[in-house]
Design a protein around this ligand. Structure first.
Ligand code: FE2
Ligand code: FE2
Length: 210
């Protein structure tokens, strides 16, 4: 009985092995391409409404994260207590990581990192600036109010990353989903830490102020 092999006879070249491409080395061609863990038709993927929405949302949050880096500098300078200054400083370092994680996400789906102006985050940041203007320097009321302003930023990010991570899973972008979920976790932890700081002493001290 003849043994089945993966060899084929090609005229003029003798015996040649039939190569089955491994997914990790799949070449990027006009039609099929490897995007994250999914092998997709490039044109089909890029033209789909969901993909366009996904990329547009990534550009929105990429703009937001960059704007938050600057906002956190102002909030740290304005904060009264060392605890809150430190919390803002720590989260600014994390936010810089969020920016580079997003750049990695863009690379994974073969898109360019671009910023799309986000009116929502501009409004939330503006609210924080107004809090700084309308509260007394060195007061605990300012810190209590700044915590709420910062939590509004976190909640915007949590909604965005939570939704985009789920979409990434649906579209088969597993590595992208992991990156977005890592950032999501850090935003949730920050939100939790801010609540802790407020409840430990800042809200109480603010309540004692005239
Ligand atoms: Fe962030
Ligand atoms: Fe954040």
């Amino acid at each position: 009985m003849a043994t089945k092999t993966t060899e084929t006879k090609t005229p003029g070249t003798g015996t040649q092995e039939t190569k089955i491409p491994e997914s990790s080395t799949m070449p990027t061609s006009e039609k099929k391409m490897q995007v994250d863990n999914a092998v997709v038709n490039k044109n089909e993927m890029k033209n789909s409404s969901l993909h366009k929405f996904f990329v547009s949302s990534l550009k929105d949050i990429y703009f937001a994260e960059n704007a938050i880096i600057d906002a956190l500098t102002k909030m740290e300078e304005a904060a009264t207590t060392e605890e809150l200054k430190e919390a803002f400083e720590d989260h600014q370092l994390q936010t810089k990581k969020h920016v580079s994680r997003l750049e990695k996400v863009f690379r994974l789906i073969d898109e360019k990192p671009e910023k799309k102006e986000c009116e929502a985050i501009k409004g939330i940041i503006k609210e924080g600036e107004e809090i700084i203007k309308s509260t007394e320097e060195g007061s605990m009321t300012r810190d209590a109010a700044l915590i709420i302003a910062a939590q509004k930023v976190e909640h915007y990010e949590i909604a965005t990353y939570g939704g985009l991570a789920q979409l990434a899973i649906t579209m088969g972008h597993d590595k992208v989903a992991d990156l977005l979920e890592t950032t999501l976790q850090e935003e949730e932890d920050t939100d939790y830490n801010l609540t802790e700081i407020a409840e430990t002493f800042i809200n109480f001290d603010a309540e004692q102020e005239d």
